[in-house]
Design a protein around this ligand. Structure first.
Ligand code: 13P
Length: 251
């Protein structure tokens, strides 16, 4: 059966010291708990090694928020998948809408990143989602289908099975405007069908599909109650341990 997962995406927040303190707080909250889901934090590159040293990865998974589309070499300022793996991290967010929107990440680039992540034993948390205009003009299902097909459908079934997907409607990210549970369920069920048509029902049923976009302790229980919503990718609310744990405990 597919895993239930709550993952935090800290984005470009916290200094190293603040980040280590926050990770310790989440780690401590989990130490005495038996959550009904896997818990992951994705943090800035600069924080990875230090946070790895203070958390128990049996209880709290660690990931990066991005990695380069090249393995090594003259790419000033980039951080490669092998570098991320060498910190002890085991997850990497790829294709976040902020990367697509502000840094020009295309499906072609994302294909490379996914391949490099998998080659370095990192589990990609691959993000897809439509913008408001696409929601409003009714093309949102097709848009998300194309994002999945273009970046991921060259993978073997075996490799595809290693992915976690995150549906993040761009209009819901950081806006306080959450997709309704029915809107999330419609999309998640559709994504599962798209996967089933390509890789078969077993792969589709075993793929965790997370919802992201203004998810908080108050709306998480309703969203997570939907049969095809397997958890959340949490931005703002992952920056306070109590709020993040409130979402973890929504399961
Ligand atoms: P918010 O939870 O702040 O809306 O961000 C969601 C997100 O982008 C997680 O990747």
């Amino acid at each position: 059966m597919r895993k239930k997962i709550v993952a935090g995406n800290w984005k470009m927040n916290t200094t190293l010291q603040e980040g280590v303190a926050l990770a310790k707080e989440v780690n401590e909250a989990l130490a005495g708990a038996t959550p009904k889901c896997d818990v992951i934090i994705a943090v800035p590159f600069t924080h990875l090694a230090s946070i790895n040293a203070v958390i128990d990865q049996n209880k709290l998974g660690l990931g990066a928020e991005n990695c380069a589309d090249h393995k090594s070499g003259a790419y000033t300022g980039e951080v490669s998948a092998p570098m991320v793996a060498s910190t002890g991290a085991t997850y990497v967010i790829l294709g976040h809408s902020e990367r697509r929107q502000y840094y020009g990440e295309t499906s072609e680039i994302l294909k490379e990143k996914v391949n490099l992540a998998l080659a370095n034993n990192l589990t990609p948390i691959f993000c897809i989602g439509e913008v408001l205009e696409e929601r409003e003009n009714g093309s949102y299902l097709e848009v998300v289908k194309k994002q999945i097909e273009d970046a991921l459908f060259d993978l073997s079934a075996d490799d595809f099975s290693k992915l976690i997907l995150a549906y993040e409607p761009v209009w819901a990210i950081g806006t306080g405007k959450t997709a309704t549970d029915d809107q999330a369920e419609e999309m998640h069920a559709f994504i599962r069908e798209v996967i089933a048509n390509k890789y078969g029902k077993d792969v589709a049923e075993n793929t965790s599909i997370l919802y992201g976009g203004s998810c908080k302790p108050s709306n998480a229980p309703q969203l997570f109650a939907k049969p095809n919503v397997d958890g959340g990718l949490i931005g703002g609310a992952s920056l306070k341990a109590a709020d993040f744990m409130g979402i973890v405990n929504a399961f």
